[in-house]
Design a protein around this ligand. Structure first.
Ligand code: OGA
Ligand code: MN
Length: 292
């Protein structure tokens, strides 16, 4: 299958020519999609028709094992009965819009701060695949930051100073900064994880900043000094020129590489309109060398 890619921004993101991903099973096409992910960081597919199982099965074909230790999984049972299918919505079990103070809503609202998915886990999230099942009549975009372009724009001294640093990521920390606290029992299920600050992914000779609101401190540095560095780097990486927004249409699937991009949800009137998407995130594990 020949795929065409249309660039959506000067440095990253591309729209893929019409393809029904339910029908993509052949290894050459899947390999071409992985190579495009390495090149563009974010791919946009329109007009998909995914059941829950279709979405899960495509994610497994594309990238292997799935992440299921999400922050929402410690709060309440997933409405689809599968923790690998993350409920990115403002509706509850009964299908109604969540109350303002609902803990699931409070937790979900933190998607509006810059982050990468599952950076607080080890292995962390590699690809996230977000599918629009019900979208509001108002803009409710997802915004992306190109973390390779941001790295490359740093001056040489900064690059040298941060090259070998590691960062402790914790969702308990980032939610606390937002005024949301997990209980001691919930927190115990979310211990956090340490990852390099600068990453180079296989198949690419470019480096990326690996940051998120979950980034709590630099393990080699005193906490306040590291926190200041992380704050400065996120500010740098979210300058206008490194950003691009996706405006959702029903049936869109957007796949992003959490190793080379950050993202955030843009605010909308979530007390008036329903917005329902499902996300599957793969684990950043080595890929099998031989594919079936
Ligand atoms: C996510 C996420 C943003 C949005 O699904 O991981 O951060 O716009 N979503 O819903
Ligand atoms: Mn996210």
């Amino acid at each position: 299958m020949t795929l065409r890619f249309k660039k959506l921004h000067p440095t990253f993101m591309a729209e893929v020519s019409p393809v029904d991903l339910r029908t993509v099973h052949d290894e050459p096409t899947l390999a071409a999609l992985r190579a495009a992910m390495t090149e563009f960081g974010v791919l946009v597919f329109h007009d998909q028709h995914f059941s829950y199982d279709d979405q899960i099965e495509f994610a497994q074909r594309m990238d292997g094992a799935l992440h299921s230790k999400t922050s929402s999984s410690v709060l309440s049972k997933n409405r689809f009965g599968n923790e690998a299918l993350t409920d990115i919505s403002n509706v509850g079990q009964d299908g109604n819009i969540l109350e303002a103070a609902d803990r699931r809503r409070m937790n979900g609202i933190s998607n509006r701060i810059w982050h990468t998915d599952a950076s607080f886990e080890d292995p962390s999230g590699r690809y996230s695949m977000l599918y629009a099942r019900n979208i509001p009549p108002v803009r409710a975009d997802t915004e992306f930051a190109d973390m390779r372009a941001a790295y490359e724009a740093l001056d040489t001294d900064t690059k040298k100073a941060i090259e070998d640093l590691h960062v402790y990521h914790s969702i308990v920390y980032s939610r606390h900064t937002m005024g949301f606290d997990f209980s001691a029992e919930e927190s115990a299920k979310l211990p956090g994880a340490t990852h390099p600050l600068v990453r180079q992914i296989e198949g690419s000779n470019r480096k990326a900043l690996y940051l998120a609101s979950h980034a709590a401190h630099v393990t080699e540095w005193p906490v306040p000094e590291g926190r200041l560095l992380l704050k400065d780097l996120i500010e740098h990486a979210t300058r206008r020129e490194f950003l691009n927004s996706h405006e959702w249409s029903l049936g869109d699937l957007v796949i992003w590489d959490n190793r080379t991009t950050m993202h955030r949800a843009r605010p909308f009137d979530d007390k008036a309109y329903k917005r329902e998407l499902t996300r599957v995130t793969t684990l950043d594990l080595p890929r099998a060398t031989s594919q079936p």
